[in-house]
Design a protein. Structure first.
Length: 351
């Protein structure tokens, strides 16, 4: 205030701070140059309850402003909620319904774009459903018209194998049947991301069938096979066809990658009252440490592991086995025994 007055201001006003609030003070030149009353200073005390009045003023202003904003935004909020509910209903109905809004503003433009997207999604969903149905028909036809006759041909050749010195046809039929079975199993796994049709499976009977089917192949490869089964059935929850393909892939690898005069031991045992262990051990040449790391690396199932795979990487058979085990809550462990060879173990709960 002093600086303004020295700058010849006609008057100066400033707040007057007190313990009870803020008042006002004013300084005015009197014209008495050099005298004791050269300036006049007047002060006004703050009004009583000034702080409470300011608080109430702020609260009242806020409530009024909030109420006005809420009243202005309420129609838009209700429209957004309505459109959100319609969008959720459209998703639940397979994108067969549209979101409706009759007003012509920015929100209606968003609704228009959303409806276009819903139409496109409905068309794409229809194409995906058609492709999925076609793939299911193709897989079923392949299983009925190709895989089943190939397995029958393999059984016929297995009966004739002891009469031939070079059972090449048996090996070729077995390889082709296994490849077709793995391709159909991979297609089934790709078509569904969950456990699928799980039921009670007699694992004891399943293992016996798999070993019986591989015995002619083992004789052709000069590999002996032994099998140990429990006296009572071992029941597990799984898809019977996929679980049989899993066990067959493991036994097939044990025979295929064995050595002449080698052996394969298949052992199914109960691990307590509510679990089982299926061990498949061979006396083949085994696998190197680096290849074993690649073989046991965790990777996402693609279903095309039979194409352009790196050396040492698991093929489609092992990829199917690992995926089936994961789907049905089983555990697949691969080991390199100190004595040599290779060992695979499937374990899990019984039904």
């Amino acid at each position: 205030m002093r600086q303004r007055l020295q700058a010849r201001a006609p008057e100066t006003v400033a707040p007057y701070e007190t313990e009870t609030g803020t008042g006002v003070q004013i300084a005015v030149p009197t014209g008495w140059i050099g005298g004791p009353c050269m300036y006049f200073l007047g002060r006004m005390e703050p009004q009583p309850d000034q702080s409470s009045a300011r608080i109430w003023l702020f609260v009242t202003s806020f409530v009024v402003a909030f109420g006005a904003a809420l009243a202005a935004a309420a129609p838009m909020v209700l429209r957004v909620r309505k459109l959100s509910g319609q969008a959720q209903q459209a998703k639940n109905d397979g994108f067969s319904t549209l979101a409706l809004d009759g007003r012509k503003d920015e929100l209606n433009a968003v609704t228009f774009v959303y409806n276009d997207a819903v139409n496109e999604l409905r068309l794409r969903k229809a194409r995906v459903d058609d492709l999925d149905a076609g793939l299911r028909r193709f897989v079923q036809s392949t299983e009925d018209d190709v895989a089943t006759p190939l397995r029958a041909l393999e059984r016929t050749l297995a009966l004739e194998a002891p009469h031939h010195d070079e059972p090449t046809a048996l090996v070729q039929a077995h390889d082709l049947a296994a490849r077709v079975d793995n391709l159909t199993a991979a297609a089934k796994l790709r078509m569904s991301t969950h456990a699928g049709d799980a039921g009670d499976v007699d694992l004891t009977d399943l293992v016996a069938r798999v070993v019986a089917r591989h015995e002619p192949l083992a004789r052709a490869a000069e590999v002996s096979m032994t099998m140990t089964l429990p006296d009572v059935p071992v029941i597990v929850r799984a898809d019977a066809a996929l679980l049989e393909r899993t066990v067959a892939n493991i036994v097939d690898n044990a025979v295929r990658y064995n050595r002449p005069n080698g052996s394969v031991a298949v052992s199914l045992t109960r691990d307590g009252d509510r679990a089982f262990r299926l061990m498949v051990t061979d006396t083949g040449g085994g696998i190197g440490a680096e290849d074993f790391k690649t073989l046991t690396a965790i990777r996402r199932f693609r279903g095309d592991e039979h194409r352009n795979r790196r050396p040492g990487a698991p093929g489609l058979g092992l990829a199917v086995a690992r995926e089936v085990a994961d789907r049905f809550g089983l555990r697949l462990d691969l080991r390199r025994p100190a004595a040599g060879g290779f060992e695979a173990e499937i374990s899990g709960p019984t039904a």
